[in-house]
Design a protein around this ligand. Structure first.
Ligand code: UDX
Length: 439
């Protein structure tokens, strides 16, 4: 099929490349011409496992190209996915839908024949009818343009795998006999054949799918982190507790790793946007628990800063602290709402000299947190440090020899914010080890 993907960030660029991999002829559109240029050379403007390979393969095969021209995109085919960003509005909990409505307004006047506009961006429930209204008013094809809601559940760091083999497909339509359904079923035929559960529903349910899934995931993380707080005051071990709980199939261990909590471009923003929307709908009471989920999450960051101060005698002023990790989670270079960088920045503001290291995210971290010191070498980061904070659990940090590292530190003390370092091995190597949620 000939299709387009509008917006080529983490979501859109991955979707475009994966649609080409499924055999489609794809045009990706982004208004950032530097990004378009880079994508056309077969490289992603961010780090995502396997994505560069797919981009290189399909820009070479001719099945994938990128453009900044809406005219070119609109003329390419009759299925248009929209995957532009919907960030949190500055100073508010609600979503900023400016990019989304902007994209729809620019696409609409160029739709001269029947078309499906399938939206993947995360939005407040009730956005689909507003998009349909704009399309029907401004597209020459009028009501022949159908809006489909097709939420995306991919995780950064496994985005390609999640897109090619998703847990489920969700299609939302506002009519029962929808031409758009046939179009989407054809587009995802290989995925459906593979056995992927496919749920066809109305617009509102499809819109809610993403907000409620992310709320559940955030709640699960904050639940176990609330248990970590109790463990810290009672001498229990939250990691063992999570194992014990996880054996109950109704609870499950996955998505319940205790630690510094969630960050990134989705979970924090989505629970806040969901609360804001529920308030507008008069259902705010239903989601007040998410305020607590957010608060528990933010307390983890404060707790690490508190532990660092405690460990350094109540004052971090002038002390040298090493931070392992800048990305919001391993295997990505994304630093949006990164717990690690929030902690590093707070310690810097308290007067510490903070050196941050990360295998992939340093360029992005330098842009958002220019006052911190950076090195790409985790051993060099620890040179003369009185404290090491392990804040993003990159697997390579588990392979650093703590004995060798101890000779570089001014004082071999580590706080493990993710609970993945082998504490016994580090203690044997002479380190004082503190961890969130552990005695
Ligand atoms: C999330 C959802 O998982 C995905 O389905 C949705 O489409 C977008 O939002 P993502 O933000 O890429 O994806 O990352 P995810 O792997 O869910 O992790 C989010 C944050 O939670 C990270 O900061 C991670 O470190 C943290 N996390 C995750 C935990 O602290 N504990 C866990 O058990 C899982």
């Amino acid at each position: 099929m000939k299709l387009t993907v509008i917006g080529c960030g983490y979501l859109g660029a991955t979707h475009a490349a994966c649609m080409a991999e499924l055999g489609h002829d794809v045009v990706g559109l982004d208004t950032d011409t530097d990004k378009v240029h880079l994508l056309n050379s077969g490289r992603a403007p961010f780090f995502e496992r396997d994505l560069d390979d797919l981009l290189a393969k399909h820009t070479a095969s001719g099945r994938l190209k990128f453009t900044a021209s809406y005219a070119e995109a609109a003329a390419h085919g009759d299925l248009h996915f929209i995957g532009v960003g919907t960030p949190q509005r500055a100073g508010e909990n609600a979503y900023d839908l400016g990019h989304l409505f902007g994209a729809v307004r620019r696409l609409a006047p160029r739709l001269h024949g029947p078309a499906v506009v399938a939206v993947k961006s995360t939005v407040p429930v009730g956005t689909a009818p507003r998009i349909a209204e704009i399309l029907h008013e401004f597209a020459p094809a009028g009501e022949k343009v159908e809006v489909a809601w097709n939420p995306e559940f991919l995780r950064e760091s496994s985005a390609v795998e999640d897109t090619l083999r998703p847990d489920r497909l969700v299609f939302g339509f506002n009519t029962e006999q929808s031409w758009a359904e046939a179009v989407l079923r054809q587009c995802f035929a290989k995925t459906i054949e593979y056995g992927t559960p496919t749920i066809v529903t109305d617009w509102a349910t499809a819109e809610l799918a993403k907000a409620s899934a992310n709320s559940f995931l955030a709640t699960k993380i904050s639940f176990i982190n609330a248990m970590a707080e109790v463990c810290e005051t009672s001498g229990a071990d939250v990691h063992q507790l999570a194992d014990i709980l996880g054996h109950d199939a109704r609870i499950g261990r996955s998505g319940m790793r205790p630690g510094l909590g969630f960050g990134g471009g989705c979970l924090p923003k989505d629970i806040r946007g969901f609360m804001a929307r529920a308030g507008e709908l008069g259902a705010d009471q239903a989601l007040t628990f998410l305020r607590e989920v957010d608060a528990i999450n933010n307390r983890r960051r404060e707790r690490i800063v508190g532990l660092a101060r405690e460990q350094l005698g109540g004052n971090v002023m002038g002390k040298r602290i090493a931070v392992w990790g800048a990305a919001f989670k391993p295997d990505t270079d994304d630093v949006r709402d990164s717990p690690a960088l929030t902690v590093a920045q707070n310690l810097h503001e308290l007067g510490a000299t903070v050196t941050v290291t990360d295998p992939k995210a340093l360029d992005n971290a330098r842009k958002t947190h220019p006052r911190l010191d950076y090195t790409d070498d985790p051993v060099a980061a620890v040179q003369d440090a009185v404290l090491l904070l392990h804040l993003t659990e990159w697997p390579q940090y588990g392979h650093v020899d703590p004995r060798r590292l101890a000779t570089r530190a001014a004082s071999p003390t580590v706080i493990d914010g993710r609970g993945t370092l082998d504490a016994a091995r580090w203690r044997e190597a002479g380190w004082t080890v503190r961890a969130l949620g552990r005695p």
